[in-house]
Design a protein. Structure first.
Length: 305
């Protein structure tokens, strides 16, 4: 392991990418701890300190290894989580399910409306197919895409995000949602032990995606995080009229959890649950300015093992 780490230490970005690919292909050789130490060194460029983690990135890795509440498996399952959340904040905040299938070949396109969204229950945010016109949808290509997403390398194996290890792989169809402008902005609340602190707003996903952070007084924050290639938007995001209700929902859903990001969509002052994410960018994203990695890390109070 020491020889491997020393080799990575002197590698440039292109070589680091090579080692990351090799590490993923050989993931079965390593324990969770060693795998995360190697992956962290490759991605972040410095040694992962698990004995005294300080940054947001380091503490996320610590939580992967040491905070394994079985409930988290339900909370990352895109299908199972809906019932859990509905019991806490109400069914009217849940995006309706139009269908659920165990394989892509079984998707019943004929039963779906003209607009819908397909996603896998065991995948991240990229495992989504948005259909705005079923008449022009290439069904064969869609089945192939969803089949590939369903069978993709496990998030657990690739990033050791253990809650995904036992999620049942399925495909669900959801109601297509958009606001009056034909957009669907994401409001992602960073919650620490039941207290939301910042809201990450993602806009214009299908044009020029922008990401902005706000505090709970809706002051624009001077940092971007986890997706540093995406800059702040030129225009401020209007404060949601339902912000108070959003904060209360976040408090209820994140109670007792050291860190979780709770996502919502807002349409006509009504908010809808998106997902719960325990490891944004798997804790391997970047912040600009870099100091915010530590500032957010300070907000995570690690539980006793």
């Amino acid at each position: 392991m020491r020889t491997f780490v020393n080799t990575i230490k002197s590698a440039k970005n292109t070589r680091a990418d090579f080692f990351i690919k090799m590490l993923r292909n050989l993931n079965f050789l390593f324990s969770d701890k060693i795998y995360l130490q190697l992956m962290f060194r490759c991605k972040m460029g410095y040694k992962l300190d698990l004995s005294n983690p300080k940054s947001f990135s380091e503490k996320i890795q610590w939580l992967k290894l040491n905070n394994r509440n079985p409930l988290y498996t339900t909370l990352v399952d895109k299908y199972a989580v809906k019932n859990y959340v509905a019991k806490i904040i109400g069914e009217d905040h849940i995006i309706p399910i139009l269908g659920v299938w165990n394989s892509a070949e079984k998707i019943d396109f004929d039963s779906l409306p003209n607009k819908f969204v397909l996603k896998t229950t065991n995948g991240g945010g990229g495992n989504v197919l948005v259909c705005k016109n079923k008449l022009t949808l290439n069904r064969e290509a869609s089945i192939k895409k969803m089949d590939m997403q369903l069978k993709q390398r496990s998030i657990y194996k690739t990033y050791r995000e253990w809650p995904y290890k036992n999620v049942t792989p399925r495909i669900i169809a959801e109601k297509y949602m958009e606001d009056e402008n034909g957009e669907l902005n994401d409001y992602k609340f960073f919650c620490f032990n039941g207290k939301p602190q910042y809201c990450q707003v993602i806009r214009d996903r299908f044009t020029k995606e922008t990401i902005d952070f706000y505090d709970l007084e809706w002051n624009h924050m001077p940092f971007v995080g986890l997706n540093p290639v995406v800059e702040n938007g030129l225009n401020p995001v209007e404060k949601p009229r339902c912000l108070k209700a959003l904060i209360e929902a976040c408090e209820s859903l994140s109670e007792g959890i050291p860190f979780v990001r709770v996502d919502f969509f807002v349409i006509n002052n009504q908010f809808y649950f998106g997902e719960m994410t325990f490891y944004p960018a798997s804790g391997l994203g970047e912040f600009r300015p870099m100091e915010w990695n530590n500032r957010l890390g300070d907000l995570i109070k690690l539980p006793i093992k």
